[in-house]
Write a protein that binds this ligand. Structure first.
Ligand code: UT7
Length: 356
């Protein structure tokens, strides 16, 4: 563990090759990445058939052209996560048996409880390994990454599978009342396998996280709610209180303020500037948000990864999908310095710096 008192001696469950940082811990890195999106493509015109919206409005306001929905009932977030995880393991040259722990970020778990982490663990055939669910919405992946990074650094677990996966389509409101939220979201999954970095100057150099519950009700799904005397009843369902509700303009303002600030904060912590960034993989909530953030950071658009046009907002999955696609497009060659930033419900936000 890192802390003011310095490194402490721990009994490690495995031999610990790899590089020791000056404080005695070891840097983690992404050994492999993968993603999966359902085959069913839903265009803006498809949505315009069931609610008062248009391809023009959606593209102008968000940059989204289409998104993916699961092909039918019975497919949960853990089902989308499974092929993404297998792809990450394959790229890393590992098998499921190499995974020591799972951190699963989602706001759309397969069931109310237990979380999707244990379902993925079972589907991967890994009885007994720990599985942790993280609920930090659009920042879920960076929060999950920080847990996995800390575990690897501290020598608690050697290989940590970090997943972001969402099935939103079964929780969207396909009518005019819900159109502002519905048009934005899609289904998908991404995963990375974290493990010890081969050298000190490679791997996850920094992760910084923030939250502010002042905005909790600006983007939320209220019920079922343990804070209410009755968690869920017919009246609440009729009022649509189980669907996500958003104060879009307020979230937009916060996102375009906090994402550049936290990105600069993370870069400063590792002695880097925006000029050092080769690739920027921001959370994909809105193309306009990401263009504005890049502009505020003075980052040329060709360094910015966008996939919102094809997938919409897949919440915890956007960044790992971005990683997996960028890797396969040859944009994450060894040495590439990658900046990540996210902002989402909570509010929660964060940034990270990786040197591939
Ligand atoms: O990842 C989680 C974080 N989420 C975000 O970061 C989302 C942040 N917010 C946004 O991206 C934008 O606020 C939206 C894309 C959600 C909306 O864009 P906007 O420019 O803020 O539009 P608006 O909410 O002010 O709505 C403008 C108009 C309204 O009509 P009036 O009041 O001007 O007559 C809305 O009722 O657009 C109407 N509208 C729609 N029209 C067609 C809202 N949704 C739709 C729709 N289709 N789907």
């Amino acid at each position: 563990m890192r802390g003011a008192s310095g490194p402490r001696e721990v009994d490690l469950p495995f031999d610990r090759p790899g590089h020791a940082l000056t404080d005695g811990s070891m840097r983690s890195t992404i050994l492999g990445s993968g993603h999966y999106v359902p085959t069913r493509v839903v265009t803006n015109d498809d949505l315009a058939k069931v609610m008062n919206t248009s391809d023009e409005w959606i593209q102008q306001r968000s940059g989204i052209k289409e998104r993916r929905y699961v092909e039918g009932g019975g497919i949960g977030s853990s089902d989308l996560a499974l092929p993404a995880a297998r792809m990450a393991l394959e790229q890393a040259g590992k098998t499921p048996a190499d995974v020591d722990a799972i951190v699963f970020a989602t706001i759309s778990p397969d069931y109310n409880f237990p979380g999707s982490g244990v379902l993925l663990q079972h589907k991967l055939g890994l009885p007994g390994i720990p599985a942790l669910d993280v609920r930090n919405q659009c920042s879920g992946f960076l929060y999950a990454l920080s847990v996995g990074d800390a575990w690897v650094r501290a020598g608690v677990y050697r290989h940590v599978l970090v997943v972001g996966a969402e099935v939103h389509s079964t929780g969207l409101e396909f009518n005019d009342r819900g159109r502002d939220v519905t048009v934005l979201f899609g289904d998908g999954a991404g995963a990375v396998l974290l493990g010890p970095s081969p050298s000190d100057d490679r791997g996850i150099l920094d992760i910084v996280l923030h939250s502010d519950g002042v905005g909790a009700k600006d983007l939320w799904s209220e019920v079922p709610a343990s804070a209410l005397e009755v968690r869920l009843n017919r009246e609440m369902i009729d009022e649509g209180r189980h669907f996500a509700r958003m104060n879009g303009k307020q979230v937009f303002r916060w996102a375009t303020d906090k994402m550049p600030a936290v990105a600069l904060e993370s870069l400063a912590r590792v002695g880097m500037t925006v000029e050092d960034v080769d690739l920027f993989i921001p959370h994909q909530a809105n193309m306009r948000i990401n263009q504005l953030v890049a502009m505020k950071l003075n980052l040329p658009q060709e360094k910015v990864v966008h996939n919102i046009d094809r997938y919409g907002n897949t919440t915890a999955a956007t960044i790992p999908i971005g990683i997996s696609e960028s890797w396969r497009a040859g944009r994450m060659e060894p040495g590439t310095r990658v900046l990540f930033a996210s902002f989402g419900a909570g509010y929660t936000w964060g940034a990270a710096v990786l040197r591939v």
